[in-house]
Write a protein that binds this ligand. Structure first.
Ligand SMILES: Cc1ncc(C[n+]2csc(CCOP(=O)(O)OP(=O)(O)O)c2C)c(N)n1
Ligand SMILES: [Mg+2]
Length: 381
């Protein structure tokens, strides 16, 4: 689909045009499903923060403050609902996350400060995920079981059964800690690769079913390939059918729908200790990455604008509050960038440092976890 570059509608005009009611509702509805206003406002605020961070991130890549951008504008509704429902912690009693490169909303909703994103984007030495040596959105948070994100797409689906197997065994030995699940997220184009099938297969071995929540965020594009040129015209979630996996395809742009679908899927994986495949139809509001210009595509549904309108129509929020929340989110992103840009970049010597964790292998190659055997010794971190 071609990217269009028209200007967005004027925000102030938009707010004036939108109707507001005074009586506050108790719930926000989508069809038969509902969410409390309190939760809806929490989700909305996290979506706003994620969007502000992503828009500032794109600006960084265009201004030279960063070298490359990729991210998730258009996926905020689903990603925030996912992040808010994760059981976060370290070890098999908690959820493991094998994420995609568009999941800033998941991490922000879990409590990651914005600066942890901008430091990686600007490739600073202070980047906690990769010490300034990996792409943006390639998070690694051991204390929250966030397994390092890889640039090689879809390999996360082959790794996910590993952590889920550990969780299954752990739960059998420790019944009080039997609720941790593995959540793996990837795109629909990548689902054409063998790693996806590996996950379906290894999660369903008879008697050894695994608690894996497989998520496919379907934005209908690879980098430039249309879904219709890659997959037969069926929901990706149908791939679960031959394996007997419970599955669902949902509108991932609607937070009320997304919240309940994630809740259903998580409950099932936690209690049954079996896999679930959830396909979320989402938008891609910018080009694939900065490599193709990251231009805004105004033809896509904007989940944030849509939810905002729903909250306004329901009388759950007013225009002044929206304006304040937007300003706060923008300020938070601007401050994170300002601080980031004052911080040092890695040096040439840092390239080989922290590549491997200390391990018994060092008994064979003392101190060699900073590089491959035979490399000149580097100072110990
Ligand atoms: C194994 C592999 N093949 C190709 C690429 C190049 N590549 C990077 S992103 C991408 C598109 C992925 O599309 P999808 O899985 O739908 O995820 P999306 O970017 O749309 O979220 C491709 C082909 C890669 N990184 N890894
Ligand atoms: Mg895609």
């Amino acid at each position: 689909m071609p990217e269009t570059h028209e200007e967005p509608p004027d925000f102030e005009d938009e707010l004036r045009r939108r109707a507001t009611r005074t009586a506050a509702p108790a719930v926000i509805r989508s069809g038969r499903e509902a969410m409390s206003v309190e939760l809806a406002l929490t989700v909305y605020r996290q979506m706003l923060r994620t969007r502000a961070l992503e828009e500032r991130s794109i600006k960084m890549s265009k201004s030279g403050e960063a070298y490359f951008w990729i991210g998730g504008p258009g996926e905020e509704a689903f990603n925030v609902c996912l992040g808010l429902q994760v059981h976060k912690g370290r070890g098999p009693a908690y959820d493991y996350l094998h994420l995609h490169y568009r999941n800033a909303g998941v991490l922000l909703a879990m409590g990651m400060p914005m600066i942890d994103h901008t430091r990686q984007l600007a490739m600073r030495w202070t980047d906690r995920h990769s010490r300034g040596r990996n792409f943006v959105g390639h998070y690694a948070v051991p204390e929250w079981n966030v397994v390092p994100v890889t640039s090689v797409i879809e390999v996360q689906y082959a790794m996910a059964p590993g952590t889920a197997l550990v969780q299954k065994r752990h739960g059998l030995k420790n019944p009080a800690e039997n609720e941790g699940i593995t959540i793996v997220v990837g795109g629909e184009a990548g689902a054409a690769e063998g790693d996806f099938e590996t996950c379906l297969n290894w999660s369903t071995r008879p008697g050894l079913e695994l608690p894996v929540l497989m998520v496919v965020t379907n934005n209908r594009f690879g980098i430039s390939t249309d879904i219709d040129t890659v997959h037969a015209h069926r929901p990706i979630a149908d791939r679960a059918i031959p394996y007997g996996i419970r599955h669902e395809t949902i509108d991932g742009n609607d937070p009320v729908i997304a919240w309940h679908a994630i809740d259903r899927a998580m409950r099932y994986c936690r209690r049954e200790r079996k896999p679930y495949l959830l396909e979320a139809m989402v938008s891609r509001l910018h080009g694939h990455s900065s490599s193709s210009g990251a231009q805004r595509n105004w033809n896509e549904v904007d989940p944030l604008a849509q939810f905002e309108q729903k909250l306004l129509d329901a009388g759950a929020i007013d225009a002044a509050t929206i304006r304040t929340l937007k300003e706060e989110a923008k300020k938070e992103a601007d401050e994170a960038v300002a601080q980031t840009m004052k911080e040092p970049e890695p040096t040439r010597e840092d390239v080989y440092r922290f590549t491997y964790a200390p391990s018994p292998v060092d008994a064979v190659y003392p101190h060699d976890y900073t590089g491959l055997p035979g490399r000149p010794e580097l100072p110990h971190p």
